[in-house]
Design a protein around this ligand. Sequence first.
Ligand SMILES: [Ca+2]
Ligand SMILES: [Ca+2]
Length: 268
Amino acid sequence: MRWFPLIAAVAAVLPAGPAAAAHGGTMRHEALGVRAELSWPSATRVTPAGPLADHVALTVTRGADAPQRFPARALGLVSPVLLEPGALRVVDLDGDGTPEVVVTAFSYGAHCCYSGRIAWRPVAADRDRLVRIEWGDVAGELRDADGDGLPEFVGVDIRFAYGLGVSYADSAFPARVLRFRSGRLVDATAAYPAVVRRSMRRNWGSYRQGRREGRAVADALAAYLADASGLGVQAAAWSRVRSAEGARNPRMLRAIARTLHRWGYRTA
Ligand SMILES: [Ca+2]
Ligand SMILES: [Ca+2]
């Protein structure tokens, strides 16, 4: 999971300067016989975290093939964006021997938003296609969560941002793991119980801390119960929640149940 509140705070105090306008640049990554390059003709300004790149384009070169360029309009990233180290990765996401090119860009706002792009080459095709992912406040982190040698996007269910009417600071998220298969991102959360268990423990901790500090706890409880649903232990989790909450706020619990049901989580 990645987000950068610290960076956003730094950005707020940096002046925009015309001198930064000329800061074009490139970022490259090469692996498994594929070269990928992000390039931008200018930056709106330069921050300690890097330039805010304008009109970013992507070029993919597979082996001896002619380079394939996705101009800024085709890549479709909101301008300008921050490209963190690791924002461009060449990696085989599905283990078919043909690497994909993964781009993760950050809009440099207070939280929002992360955008992802995956350039992939279908079997027997001679051109790459582009898949778009709008991550929202939290981008999936590309890592091998189960040690099978293939990376997953380990992230969260972003619908819980500001969920149940709480502020972003009181938002909590259940785990969500996505796999890239045959040109599509597939929700594979159920196959990663260790990831979900960790998230469930974290969300329960957020709930307990929120109660101690008198903060809004609805989203933390909802995220905890959503994780429990993913593990098939929602009945036990609801008992725990009812026991902890007592008669304090039955309306909140009803609202959580309705929301989880609407979002496709089992509640009983
Ligand atoms: Ca592949
Ligand atoms: Ca894996």
